[in-house]
Design a protein. Structure first.
Length: 160
């Protein structure tokens, strides 16, 4: 069953690339006592993710953080090296943290995984955006398959 508004984010360890080294990111620490905008993409370097989803959050990061958001995080079922390269290629800097869910554990724990084998992608995360306060989901916008209508930066900014 998929996570819902009012549920707590599951405790999983993700990975990030920081100054050329791999670091663990425990979701309990990422979300604990903080307000975080989390969005997920099916894959780094994929067309919609690279042309619209991540760039929108980078562009709107200051406005989103001005609404009391401590961090904006993007997660994808990709390895940490791919996510690090994507962060560099998109000039994410300190505006958006890119997190690797390399084995899809977080996507599965959220109940928001899907089988992308028909596209040669294996298990992936559905496209979604959430506002999480102190580990509790306050807003969750999950996209319909192949859509990009409710998880974009403008929609989340308007909801804050």
């Amino acid at each position: 069953m998929a996570i819902q508004v009012g549920d707590r984010i599951p405790d999983v360890t993700l990975k990030t690339m920081k100054d050329g080294s791999i670091q663990d990111v425990k979701t309990a620490e990422l979300f604990g006592g903080r307000k975080v905008v989390l969005f997920s993409v099916p894959g780094a370097f994929t067309p919609t993710c690279s042309a619209k989803h991540l760039p929108g959050f980078i562009e709107k990061a200051d406005a989103i953080k001005a609404k009391g958001v401590d961090e904006i995080a993007c997660v994808s079922v990709n390895d940490v090296f791919v996510m690090g390269a994507w962060a560099d290629a998109q000039n994410a800097g300190d505006k958006v943290s890119l997190l690797a869910d390399g084995n899809g554990e977080f996507a599965r724990a959220l109940g928001l995984d899907f089988d992308g084998s028909n596209f040669g992608m294996g298990t992936r995360s559905q496209r979604f955006a959430a506002v999480v306060e102190d580990g509790e989901v306050k807003l969750l916008n999950v996209e319909a398959p192949a859509k990009f209508e409710v998880s974009d930066a403008d929609t989340i900014l308007a909801a804050l």
